[in-house]
Design a protein around this ligand. Structure first.
Ligand code: FAD
Length: 322
């Protein structure tokens, strides 16, 4: 089958999750001739060389100063131009905030079928089948498209490995985005304050809940995070109480994360929090209440006061990592 992968950029760089989508795309396509990628953004054509060796023979690039900031109209127009040029069976991207905005619109514009936030995916005739967590992760739905129309799909970040494939040769073909009609303007994109990887891309996360007590106490987690290269997250109770900023919230109404290691400190483990982190590969919970629901999904549990346990962990990590 022919697969086109949308390559998401952030701050002029290719996001690491785009490599996960390319790896999945290469497997579905079964050969470099059937795999293409599309880059959209100012100075994006210059990034095409970085995609060599990721399995796609053709790279479409919509490169214009008008594409400096994400705009649903211009970006969907550019991807549509690549779709028309390549005629794929499947258009693949990542279930990031941008992917969640872009893919449904593309599917509607092109009368396609769409599967979102997949944690497993495979070819099924000219369509695709896959697994999608639903109802806050309480059940896994088996979903499929029948291939009678173009299929759009987004995969969950950090679930699929990223592996290079192919011989490294790729031809860059320019495509043009339609001019914005001005009905939607992106005025500014404000960046989060943290220099650490975004929660959705972090491979290690340490999160604090209501038990943190105040914003200042989060420094206990920040100190540990600095040692192990973790990004700091929070429960909604901590965010609503003003201890942490909204961008740090993990859960149903926050971010869905999938790190290799998630350390939950003073978080009870509500259904809504677990909806955002239960697929983490290893979960460590620190809680004073041995009956806390978070222990039900934790790989390792520590019953104790986080203000004693976390500094001890930090000391141990420092000793191990020096
Ligand atoms: C529609 C909806 C959407 C929601 N979306 C989200 C979401 O996206 N994310 C989210 O997190 N929540 C969400 N919630 C809120 C959710 O229901 C819970 O209220 C919230 O997750 C509780 O946060 P918590 O675990 O930090 O607090 P609590 O439930 O109050 O838990 C605090 C825990 O800390 C432990 N503790 C206390 N002191 C210490 C200490 N010194 N050391 C160690 N442990 C200690 C306690 O034993 C307790 O288990 C949502 C709710 C609704 C209704």
């Amino acid at each position: 089958m022919k697969v086109l992968v949308f390559i998401e950029l952030r701050d002029g760089k290719i996001k690491s999750s785009a490599h996960e989508a390319l790896t999945v795309g290469a497997k579905l396509a079964g050969g470099a001739a059937n795999l293409a990628a599309v880059l959209v953004g100012q100075a994006s054509a210059g990034l095409a060389g970085q995609l060599a060796g990721w399995g796609a023979d053709t790279i479409y690039a919509a490169d214009s100063t008008d594409l400096a900031l994400y705009n649903i109209q211009t970006f969907s127009g550019a991807v549509e131009a690549a779709i028309k040029a390549f005629s794929p069976n499947v258009v693949l991207g990542v279930a990031s905030p941008m992917g969640r905005d872009l893919f449904p619109r593309l599917a509607a514009r092109m009368n396609g079928a769409i599967l979102t936030d997949l944690t497993a995916i495979e070819a099924s005739g000219n369509g695709i089948s896959g697994t999608k967590p639903m109802y806050s992760g309480k059940c896994l739905a088996e979903v499929a498209t029948d291939g009678s129309v173009i299929s759009f799909a987004t995969i969950r970040q950090n679930v699929f490995p990223a592996n290079k494939s192919g011989n490294g040769n790729a031809t860059v073909t320019p495509v043009s985005a339609p001019a914005a009609d001005g009905k939607i303007k992106t005025i500014e994109i404000r960046k989060g304050k943290s220099a650490k990887p975004d929660l959705t891309e972090a491979s290690v996360i340490i999160s604090g809940g209501r038990a943190m007590g105040n914003a200042d106490n989060f420094k206990v987690l920040v100190e540990c995070a600095d040692v192990i290269g973790a990004t700091v997250g929070a429960s909604r109770a901590a965010v609503d109480s003003g201890y942490a900023s909204h961008e740090m919230q993990v859960g149903q109404t926050g971010k869905t994360v999938n790190p290799n290691l998630y350390i939950a400190c003073g978080i009870s483990g509500s259904i809504q929090h677990m909806a955002g982190m239960r697929t983490s590969k290893i979960i460590v919970a620190v809680n004073t209440d041995k009956e806390a629901p978070i222990f039900g999904i934790a790989s390792y549990g520590i019953v104790g006061d986080l203000f004693q346990v976390v500094p001890l962990l930090t000391q141990k990590f420092k000793a191990l990592l020096k």
